[in-house]
Write a protein of this length. Sequence first.
Lengths: 113, 111
Amino acid sequence: GQQVMQIPQYQHVQEGEDFTTYCNSSTTLSNIQWYKQRPGGHPVFLIQLVKSGEVKKQKRLTFQFGEAKKNSSLHITATQTTDVGTYFCAGCLIKAAGNKLTFGGGTRVLVKP
Amino acid sequence: DGGITQSPKYLFRKEGQNVTLSCEQNLNHDAMYWYRQDPGQGLRLIYYSQIVNDFQKGDIAEGYSVSREKKESFPLTVTSAQKNPTAFYLCASSLALDTQYFGPGTRLTVL
């Protein structure tokens, strides 16, 4: 079945530094979505990428979808303590069964002040 | 105030008992989903439903059952057949081919 892998599993970042988390799918995706889950909370949608090679920015967050639509990345610049949480990517295949997402294992981000 | 609600937030049950988790949405979304999250892990799909009176098994459906009698509601029953039921259960809803909106979750502990 489809698998979505995320690396790294944990990311310890000094406040003010940049980091990148990566997402790789075993199969070609129709789109990829990113979610953020704060400690003790529930996942909240951040963004969706649909086109091959697409790049989208949200303030200090930059999301990229690979040319082959099998991988994606999230880059955060000038990390702040509010960035703490787990970032999940979720891949979607267009199937007759509808919008079924396969989530990656997540990257847990800890920020050192 | 639109949204997706889950109740209760915390639930304790004795081993061998069935328990039903509630999920309600007033977003007029067609699709609804149930995920299980274990500590430090990602989300695993239990069941999903695209329309009323229809649902499909996800990746870890064994020991769980669902119903979709109304568009707004998608309750999940954790049966005694589920070997390791203690987990954080998340319900989500979406329009077709769109993003998923998650409820606040129910933390189930089986004693």
